[in-house]
Design a protein around this ligand. Sequence first.
Ligand code: GLC
Length: 750
Amino acid sequence: MRYVQYCKYAGLIVVLFGFQNSSAQKKTIDQKVDSVLNLMTLEEKAGQLNQYSGDWSFTGPVTKDNTKIQQVKEGKLGSMLNVVGVEKTRLLQQYAMQSRLKIPLLFGQDVIHGFRTTFPLPLAEAASWDLEAIQLSARISAIETSAAGVHWTFAPMVDISRDPRWGRVMEGAGEDTYLGSLIAAARVKGFQGKGLGNTDVVMACAKHFAAYGAAVGGRDYNSVDMSPRMLWETYLPPFFAAKEAGAATFMNSFNDLNGIPATGNRYLQRDILKGKWNFNGFVVSDWASIGEMIAHGFAKDTSHAAQLGLSAGSDMDMESRSYIKHLPQLVREGKVKIEWLDDAVRRILRKKFELGLFDDPFKFSNEHRQQQQWNNPQHIAAAREMAKKSIVLLKNHPLPGEVGVGTLPLTNNQKVALIGPFVKAVKDNLGFWSMEWEDDSARIVPLWKGMLNKVDPANLLYAKGCNINDADTSGFAEAIETAKQSDVVVITIGEARDMSGEAKSRSSLQLPGVQNQLIAAIAATGKPIVLLIHAGRPLIFDKAASHASAILYTWWLGTEAGNAIADVLYGDYNPSGKLPITFPRTEGQIPIYYNHYSTGRPAEDEFQNNYVSAYIDLPNSPAYPFGYGLSYTSFVFTDFKLSSTSLKGNQTLTASITLTNTGRVKGKETVQLYIRDLVGKVVRPVKELKGFKQVELNPGESKVITFTITTNDLRFYDDQLIYNWEPGEFEIMIGSNSKEVQVKKINWSR
Ligand code: GLC
């Protein structure tokens, strides 16, 4: 069957050969793409690869340019970022419809953890280990973002990081490749929903490709140097998971990798991503990263940068203007193959067709849908659920004279002194990479408001005590007096929302300002202290912790922060979070992560001073290990069994353990499975997360948890980068975190 369809906006006659099945739809789109491509001039092709930021907000160094609208009208722009809202996107799309070929614009935005409804930071969400909730968070973000005329989010950020000095650790899923890969896939599926043809989805963008989280010194934008094995074993798998989940786009990274900037790295973008992984989406550069190859010392000038970027597989140039300035001439001079240019244009046009923008460039810019999604109560409720699940209980000692009952949860009749710079802070709850709206103060729930929503105001006292990050101690006296009138003191400490994030690397992870001094001053009153730590990363707070009876890590929890924290403080939600990243004792321990190699002189956790791999001035163990998190109840693991201790070839191993809730309240435990390969042709980590199950039990209830293990779980990259498993002895470990596990040994032969 053959039919002809007019693309009414572009006036293009797109001759289609219609077939009856979905592969025809694919061929149809490819043929539509070619029919447009064949009409394009070199300048128009370069225009599709050109992306500017809107002038309403900027997320990188600004280039003053008052010709953007004219360039849109001339077809010299394929995409814009930092343009949100039906009105603005519709206006700019109308300008695009004035261009010769009327190719629609793509609108992209950093919707990292929420658009109108702000969810907890991605690192906080990772602490929930709840893949469904994480996917729902991304799904809701996509519904709200697409309702505002935006087609594309620059997320998920899937960079593995083992260095909390790096400010962008807040944006990812922590240190573990297995957990990070599952979360990457969940977020991509959440953003892209039922597929790009739907108006409640946005294109995902797996970033930053690749190994950006391994910057030397934890300094943002810094160099990365690592073995191919480390790259493949630890840093690439979450990107592969995102690609397999259907991520429509990738974004490359600012760092150089082994001396070659990621933006100009053919091995990463053409050999691995577009070659071995057969990725059919497109790669956008990071902000001006193509032009920044000059500063790297990799490109002579912007013309050379354009040549290097396109030949390496960077399809779209965000903000550097190298492509629009130089590609037509570079093609004419034969310095850039027309095939590279056409391939990049095809990849971008294909996504515009898949989104349906050629059929209707304004389909996402729908006033009614924007209104519908603007304050969606279901979204707000979901944000509160996600926030509760993200909170990690690090300590909960009994009050003096109590046995078996922690300081938390609080009771409604206790007089509570709320002290600290975050009690009434509003915007800080949004964290970095969040959207700001005029009515934020009315709709964001700070701790103070969350507590008023929960208990009788007569039982709440307040004093700020100190600021976040200065030397002013004038508020101490009032705070001390307030504490003295209470039964228990809840102190909010941590870092401001802009102390973690892009370009926010910190050499010190200590509590800023005079927060430690305030806590010590309050401790002198003898009142029990509950610490709430607000941060985008692991902080170092040993001094504060020594004064606290209980500690909740509350990250930056978004719109519903105050309600979620109050839910946990009063036990309406029993905290279940588990750390997705190791918390160091000092900066001197960094990098410190659980799945390290043994070394020839392995050190025990605690102090040792004799020829082992340890410090002479610090125990080897972290402050809090990967996977760690307490509950208001207690759990016991018993009856750890293996279906066999000697397996062969493709047999399957079943590991089971009984989990019992031995406490007084219902609670959720995340049962974690770790495996160690005791001998390999390359050394293997002392343990690796290979599975986890979340189990909710009532007091006294028990449940048998089982894991199925195959040789797939034993595979690794050897010294030849062959991904396979080796026969030998293994340790199977199950427990509540990466430190507290029960261990059994097995042998697995070919
Ligand atoms: C920034 C970030 C990147 C973001 C982009 C657009 O520099 O590195 O993650 O998506 O620019 O804002």
